[in-house]
Ligand binder design. Structure first.
Ligand code: DX5
Ligand code: ZN
Length: 230
């Protein structure tokens, strides 16, 4: 079974002084969706963007906006994110007391749900929610910052999530430290969707099309060399 390869630029590594143009550029360069890290400094000690920024960016692309929600209380941000034109909300399973309620709320607003697993979360924690989610994202760095080293140790979790997904139509993404070197490792472990900030926005000469193509090609050739195991 071959799955489409999805490449998702993360604007955390973009030039903040020209964010609209950056979004338009990765759209033209072949990015499939946009990954928007919303970090409020409470859970992870960084501060990034919020719904007002996403609303300002919305006219720069028609591609879907995935919000990686790292702001609290999460419930309070769902309506503003919908109004800002976001399409999917990625929720950290380990941060929510009422995960089912939050998933329901996101779906009530007509957005789709992704679940995020960090190194502290069991793969099995997604099982009760598999019929409600469009994506499962395994963090391949500790969340909060771009430009970190890829954690190989997360590969068994990727493989386990792939097993748990089975034939359900759920995208399996990895986020953090993704490059043409590390993306094939994640692809062989079972990932079909790749969030990349630094590898795209800080690529040599800022040639985003080449950076995105390099990621896609690296995954494609890794999968061709690997007998289908997942
Ligand atoms: C980190 C964020 C990532 C980040 C990845 O917490 O979730 O989306 O932008 O950045 P790179 O690709 O630079 O590791
Ligand atoms: Zn992210």
């Amino acid at each position: 079974m071959s799955r489409p390869i999805t490449i998702i630029p993360s604007i955390l590594a973009a030039d903040y002084a020209r964010l609209g143009d950056e979004v338009a550029a990765v759209d033209r360069a072949g990015g499939d969706r946009l990954h928007l890290d919303m970090i409020d400094g409470h859970i992870y000690k960084n501060m990034s963007f919020g719904p007002n920024m996403f609303q300002a960016l919305r006219p720069y692309t028609t591609k879907p906006f995935d919000v990686h929600l790292m702001a609290t209380p999460a419930h309070d941000w769902i309506e503003p994110l919908k109004k800002a034109g976001c399409d999917r909300i990625l929720i950290h399973v380990g941060l929510e007391n009422d995960l089912s309620g939050l998933i329901r709320l996101v779906k009530t607003y007509g957005m789709s749900v992704g679940l995020v697993l960090t190194r502290h979360d069991e793969a099995e924690s997604v099982v009760p929610h598999l019929s409600d989610v469009a994506l499962i994202n395994v963090m391949t760095v500790d969340p909060g910052f771009g430009g970190q080293m890829f954690l190989d140790a997360m590969m068994p979790k990727v493989t386990r999530v792939r097993e748990l997904i089975g034939d359900k139509p759920i995208e399996l993404s990895v986020d953090g430290g993704i490059t043409p070197v590390t993306a094939p490792l994640a692809a062989r472990a079972g990932a079909d969707s790749f969030v990349a900030g630094t590898a795209i926005f800080k690529s040599p000469l800022k040639d985003y099309a080449s950076a995105i193509t390099a990621l896609r090609d690296a995954v494609q050739s890794a999968l061709l060399k690997t007998p289908e195991t997942v």
